[in-house]
Design a protein around this ligand. Structure first.
Ligand code: PEP
Length: 247
């Protein structure tokens, strides 16, 4: 059985005092069937990783540069994330794609860099509201997947997060049928590309307004192996409730 993966993305939220939420989260009982990760701002990564030591909880970065080092002011490499205690790196979040003009080719290079450094990449894909209204979500997600997921992907070094852009931070979610339709499509594409063994082992997460009150239904959906949570991950009580719904 695949281990479920529950990831919190703190985005640009949190200073030292918010580490109290991380400390509170360490009370979450360990569960071999589920992996729980918080991706805090880079400034908190090392401190949070220390708090999580020996608890079974993990940390991740919210982005990484595709290069190993160099003259890239303000950027952070995958090796630096690892050095700060991270095990994961989110790449291609829609806010990176829109705020920083990141293309799927950029995302693929970042995912490759993350894997090479020894992190697991969480590659985000998802359609905009306009694309959903035009019923081209499968085409959009299919293209993003093809261009963003690197050739050396496998179930250990990569997960995919389906995050419809219109559901992020809005309190709106697709219907369970719609989530399942996209996940089924993504699974088929991964299996066709990587073969059944690898394609089926890559975890597919749903992201976009996951809350304690909808986590159970999303968790029980076909081909959903976990979730990526923004707003509700900032509070240990709500994030723990979501994690429990996933295993
Ligand atoms: C996200 O930031 O990836 C996200 C899913 O945010 P929220 O849960 O707040 O919609």
């Amino acid at each position: 059985m695949k281990r479920r993966l529950v990831v919190g993305n703190w985005k640009m939220h949190g200073t030292a005092r918010d580490l109290a939420e991380a400390r509170e989260l360490t009370r979450l009982p360990a569960n071999a069937n589920r992996q729980v990760v918080i991706c805090p701002p880079a400034t908190l990564l090392h401190r949070m990783s220390r708090i999580f030591e020996g608890t079974g909880l993990s940390t991740g970065g919210q982005d990484c540069h595709s290069g190993e080092s160099g003259a890239h002011t303000g950027d952070i490499s995958a090796a630096m994330l690892l050095d700060a205690g991270a095990s994961f790196a989110i790449v291609g979040h829609s806010e990176r794609r829109s705020d920083h003009g990141e293309t799927s080719a950029n995302v693929q290079s970042k995912a490759q860099a993350a894997c090479k450094a020894g992190l697991a990449a969480i590659v985000c894909v998802g359609e905009t509201e306009e694309e959903r209204d035009r019923n081209i979500e499968l085409e959009v997600v299919g293209r993003q997947l093809l261009e963003s997921v690197p050739e050396n992907a496998n179930g250990d070094n990569l997960a995919v997060a389906y995050e419809p852009v219109w559901a992020i931070g809005t309190g709106r979610t697709p219907s369970i049928d719609d989530i399942e339709a996209v996940h089924e499509f993504a699974r088929k594409q991964l299996v066709e590309r990587f073969g059944a063994s690898v394609g089926n082992s890559i975890r597919l997460l749903y992201g976009g307004s996951v809350k304690p009150n909808n986590a159970e239904a999303i968790s029980n959906s076909r081909d959903v192996d976990g979730c990526l949570v923004g707003g509700a991950s900032l509070n240990a009580t709500s994030f723990a409730a979501i994690a429990k719904a996933f295993g």
